[in-house]
Design a protein. Structure first.
Length: 286
């Protein structure tokens, strides 16, 4: 028997004994009603305690149920790269996985602005997961990409690295500036070997549409002697070029960077060699 129940019974017995004493003393009229009110109050207090205890239990059950049904917390990363390119050219955007906690299935949805970009290819070469199957129509937005990564019964695939390379054409009438390349997914489409949902944090990328200025390798707004030197260093392996540098370094606009580009830039800077800039600044004309 609990302590509360014992105290309650003792209180009732006490007041009953007190009532008998009062009857024999002839004081029942004024006090018996008072005692009855106290007993009723004690009963109400006990009932209130029981109700509060039940409410507490139900609230704890509600919290537990919410925790079980809550969305999974992101534990891995899907990363979309950011690149630069000029109108009319093609660019490669990579989709990679990092901090992989272990999965056997993943389906992602790719979205982009089809007024700026056109998806013309998807490659799984060098992908960490080779069993890939994607949507059959490259023009659909969103475009579905999926991978099955079964390693064996009950085994999760925990590889990290490249998932796919997306090749986009930048449309000729695309506006200059950034255009997003985004990934979304349904939590039910990313599962581990136990068929439980695995959440990923998505780091979306973009394509920056830029204006080419032939010969301006360091992208400082001018074509000068240092640009010719940078091309030579790049060809010798001593200088790393980002996307805009690679675009501008192709001085003769033949889609490759070689010693001719370094020579043309040098002749343009020195003057007198008949080298001038094309009106749209995409080429140095010899």
């Amino acid at each position: 028997m609990s302590l509360n129940n014992k105290l309650f019974k003792r209180g009732v017995l006490f007041f009953r004994a007190k009532s008998v004493a009062l009857i024999y003393s002839g004081k029942t009229n004024k006090t018996s009603g008072f005692i009855e009110r106290i007993v009723i109050k004690m009963k109400k207090t006990r009932i209130l305690s029981i109700v509060l205890a039940m409410l507490t239990i139900f609230s704890l059950m509600s919290v537990t149920t919410f925790t079980i049904n809550a969305e999974p917390v992101p534990v891995g990363d899907v990363i979309v790269s950011t690149v630069k390119g000029r109108t009319g050219s093609t660019v490669d955007v990579t989709v990679s996985i990092a901090n992989n906690p272990g999965i056997v299935m993943m389906m992602l949805k790719l979205s982009y602005d089809n007024d700026v970009l056109k998806l013309i290819g998807i490659s799984n070469t060098n992908s960490v997961f080779t069993d890939a199957m994607h949507g059959g129509n490259l023009n659909l937005i969103p475009f579905n990409m999926s991978w099955l990564m079964i390693m064996g019964a009950g085994t999760d695939n925990v590889n990290n690295g490249l998932l796919a390379t997306l090749t986009f054409e930048i449309l000729s009438d695309a506006e200059i500036g950034d255009t997003p390349v985004t990934i979304t997914y349904d939590p039910r489409d990313v599962l581990n070997a136990s068929y439980k949902q695995v959440a990923f944090d998505i780091q979306n990328g973009s394509v920056e549409v830029v204006i080419k200025k032939a010969g301006d390798v360091n992208d400082n707004g001018r074509v000068e002697a240092v640009d010719s030197i940078l091309v030579c260093q790049y060809l010798l392996g001593g200088y790393h070029m980002d996307e805009i540098s690679l675009i501008n370094a192709d001085a003769d606009d033949n889609n490759r960077i070689d010693s001719t580009d370094a020579l043309i830039i040098r002749q343009y800077v020195l003057k007198g060699y008949g080298v001038d800039m094309a009106p749209d600044e995409t080429k140095l004309n010899v």
